[in-house]
Design a protein around this ligand. Sequence first.
Ligand code: GDP
Length: 325
Amino acid sequence: MDIEQLTQKILDGDRRALARAITLVESGREDHRAKAGELLSELAKHKRQSLRIGLSGTPGVGKSTFIESFGMQLTGLGLRVAVLAVDPSSARSGGSILGDKTRMERLSRERNAFIRPSPSQSHLGGVARRSREAVALCEAAGFDVVLIETVGVGQSETVVAEMSDLFLLLLAPAGGDELQGVKRGIMEMADLILVNKADGPLKPVATRTCADYAGALRLLRKRPQDPEGFPKALMVSAVEEHGLEQAWEEMQTLTAWRRENGHWDRRRADQSCYWFDQEVRQALLARLHTASAQAAMADLSGQVAGGALTPAAAAQQMLQDHLKG
Ligand code: GDP
């Protein structure tokens, strides 16, 4: 299928074409990269936007269960929902935390839902680009909501927050000690904290946890992109499907406010610039990873070690010789 046909099919919302296109952007092959670039540029002209919701949480907190329940609620409202995953574990080990169990069975049978497991076997930078491009494809295919899931293990939250309009942090009910465990930086990224498993015997603990996090959020610096009362902490039960409706209402309130006040567009523009910057950095690093560049590095390292060149002089020579296209 040529790019023109593929473009049209994606714009028509054809799921098989979308799946093919995601495979294309995930490919590392040079000719595939070129085609993917062409496709993404074509699709970008149509300026379609979904609500992109990033979701993070440690393994076992209930991300899959939440996405399934929440996704079903959204499809129930007649919305089209895509689910993508950014899995940093697959970048390191080739294995996947997010992909290797049977997940979201109900949602995967929904006509209005599209679920794509995480790309594997790449460095986080590669995973980030592929995920971001997969998000762009889903937007072009007309999904109302794109859920982007990641495991809460550090760097991947930033990657996901930089490709989301809203960022949700899913937490489990826990004692006060656990509160310390959530890094301040992650808290600062969250638009909504959802304390999951607020059901059965865990409910009282969840209530306390939620109050603790609400208190912690109030202590954070007020962000210009937030209306009064945000970010918020809410209780949900993904299993019993409680609190999901309220969570969706809060997301809509926040989104509407940001749209009206210019923050939506500004965030999108800032994100594009962030990814431009990242692409430049990665392309530069890639130039230093060619065989000839690596050989030159080894040679210059030898000269630096032997005292023949200063580190700065060696670096300058390296850049002069290897950063030109
Ligand atoms: P993930 O690793 O974050 O994707 O977590 P899962 O969705 O696989 O859930 C981990 C475990 O928590 C499973 O046994 C779920 O049944 C359970 N779980 C998820 N959501 C809830 C909830 O709302 N209430 C209770 N009680 N258990 C839940």
